[in-house]
Design a protein around this ligand. Structure first.
Ligand code: AMP
Length: 148
């Protein structure tokens, strides 16, 4: 197995991201790899389509500004400079894969929840990233089961 040189760490910026980030930090240290952090903002129009009859652009701008500062704060803790922070609009699965390709990553790190019932049927971001990724994908267990 060759060394990992470039890691893409995908974060939803929830509390659980810290656990996933810690794994990325250690892997980065072990291989002397460079870490890129990606956060994807799902456009409100994708989530709600034409269901809300109003202009959502102001709300979307606010979400973008807030996400930008959260991402910067989060990345600073990992010593990841702005040039390696990626804030992107779109669907998380495809944008995470696209970012990994764009930066030439050899591994993507995502969080993964143990899922049951309907959630299992609907699938997860980790699953979506895995299918179609051109590099390794490390799914770090998060949520209640990870703390047990
Ligand atoms: P989920 O399957 O949506 O619970 O998400 C599990 C993992 O997918 C998270 O821990 C992140 O690694 C990644 N992820 C989910 N949503 C996003 C997002 N909007 N941007 C970047 N990564 C995400």
């Amino acid at each position: 197995m060759s060394d990992y040189r470039r890691i893409v760490l995908a974060v939803d910026l929830t509390e659980e991201s810290n656990l996933v980030a810690e794994r990325a930090r250690r892997l980065g240290e072990a291989f002397g790899a460079e870490i890129h952090v990606v956060h994807v903002i799902e456009p409100l129009s994708l989530a709600y389509g034409g269901d809300i009859p109003m202009d959502l652009s102001t709300v979307q701008d606010q979400i973008h500004e807030q996400a930008k500062s959260h991402l910067a704060e989060f990345s600073a803790k990992l010593d990841v400079p702005p040039s390696r922070q990626h804030l992107i609009f779109g669907r998380p699965e495809s944008e995470i894969q696209r970012t990994a390709e764009a930066v030439g990553a050899d591994v993507i790190i995502v969080g993964s929840h143990g899922r049951h019932g309907l959630a299992l049927l609907l699938g997860s971001t980790a699953n979506g990233v895995l299918h179609g990724a051109n590099c390794d994908v490390l799914a770090v267990r998060v949520g209640q089961e990870a703390q047990a």
